[in-house]
Unconditional design. Structure first.
Length: 359
């Protein structure tokens, strides 16, 4: 066994040396990094990188390039940059040939660079057919043929934790009021199509003011006069499945609902918010602002028993309601749940034909 002169094994020695450095201070010697809170981006030195693809995470002590896939810790970075063995890279760092104190980095406020990086991700994405995205969506009562028609939903692979491993992900384009892609939202999945983690959604680029645009199969998306606003992607897809003529814009979170910039053609807005305090507050704030602009505004939460529109859809998926093969739960509603005193559906409730028959 080879020992470092201090008496440690090589693995122990390497850990001691890694603990002396913030990874951004070492990479920052050769790459201009921009970021905050220990997360930085820069142009990758290992390939011809036209947009910042290199992610550097001081909190985890790792780097990862979304372009070429290069990844590792501070030792592997020095190895790769200088063509050294692991031993020589540790010795180089131990010798003080690289700075030990953390260098200040430039805050990453260049919105244009963030948007370019998001566009690159979107351009590199693929159709969802045959991917784990299909399994994920079908588990949420969203059939592939319904989602496949959405031009802003695709499949891609990327690193979830900064490692070299690329996980499948649903990627959705966020567009500004002019229709230009300014950001992407990603949902990281397992190969089987389930969420990789409870906190598995990531947004890249600019989200404020933008929205993921969806549409029912019969909707006219050019210069829409009526737009439905939903908080989350799954809820937006659910609403578009309920209402074939609906134009749905997804805010990517309750906090962004009031920021969405609507086109001049829009005269009516339905806010299909979640059934929780956050959703109700965000919907109220947005409604107040839109009413002041002279728009007609309607609030359309799901029925009280459900937290959001996707949960409601899951309970009402009746494609095979009579047979044991239906993997989705089935629930019968009482008339009081569905109808008002005059026998009409309560506000916010409307079903496709098969669901009306079931009710």
């Amino acid at each position: 066994m080879v020992y470092h002169p201090y008496g440690n094994t090589f693995a122990e020695w390497a850990e001691i040396i890694k603990g002396r450095y913030s990874i951004s201070s070492v990479i920052g010697e050769t790459v201009r990094l921009r970021g905050r809170s220990g997360i930085f981006m820069g142009h990758c030195p290992f390939h011809n990188d036209s947009t910042p693809s290199l992610s550097v995470d001081d909190n985890k002590g790792v780097f990862h390039c979304f372009g070429c896939g290069a990844a590792g810790d501070v030792i592997s970075y020095v190895q790769r940059m200088e063509g050294l063995s692991a031993w020589d890279a540790v010795a180089r760092l131990d010798g003080g040939d690289r700075v030990i104190t953390k260098q200040p980095s430039i805050p990453w406020d260049d919105e244009a660079e963030r948007i370019r990086a998001a566009k690159d991700m979107w351009i590199a994405s693929e159709v969802i057919e045959g991917s784990p995205v299909v399994s994920y969506l079908e588990s949420r009562a969203l059939p592939a043929d319904h989602v496949g028609m959405q031009e802003n939903i695709r499949f891609a692979r990327g690193s979830f934790d900064g490692s070299a491993k690329k996980h499948p992900m649903l990627i959705a384009a966020a567009r500004d009021v002019h229709g230009d892609v300014v950001g992407v939202q990603r949902i990281f999945l397992t190969e089987e199509g389930s969420k990789i983690d409870k906190d598995c959604k990531r947004t890249r680029g600019r989200g404020k003011g933008a929205a993921i645009r969806l549409a029912g199969e019969d909707a006219s998306v050019e210069a829409p006069e009526h737009i439905v606003i939903c908080e989350g992607l799954e809820d937006g897809l659910s609403y578009a499945r309920y209402y074939p003529d609906a134009v749905v814009w997804v805010a990517m979170g309750a906090s962004n609902m009031a920021n969405i910039v609507l086109p001049d053609s829009c005269r009516k807005v339905t806010i299909a918010h979640d059934n929780d305090e956050t959703g109700r507050n965000a919907a109220g704030e947005m409604a107040e602002a839109l009413v002041k602009r002279g728009l007609d505004v309607y609030l359309a939460p799901p029925p009280q028993a459900f937290k959001d529109w996707n949960e409601f859809l899951t309970y009402w998926d009746v494609e095979d309601r009579a047979g044991p093969t239906n993997p989705l739960p089935w629930r019968h509603w009482s008339e009081d749940d569905l109808y008002d005193e005059d026998g009409g559906l309560k506000p916010g409730i409307q079903f496709p034909i098969e669901l009306k028959d079931a009710a």
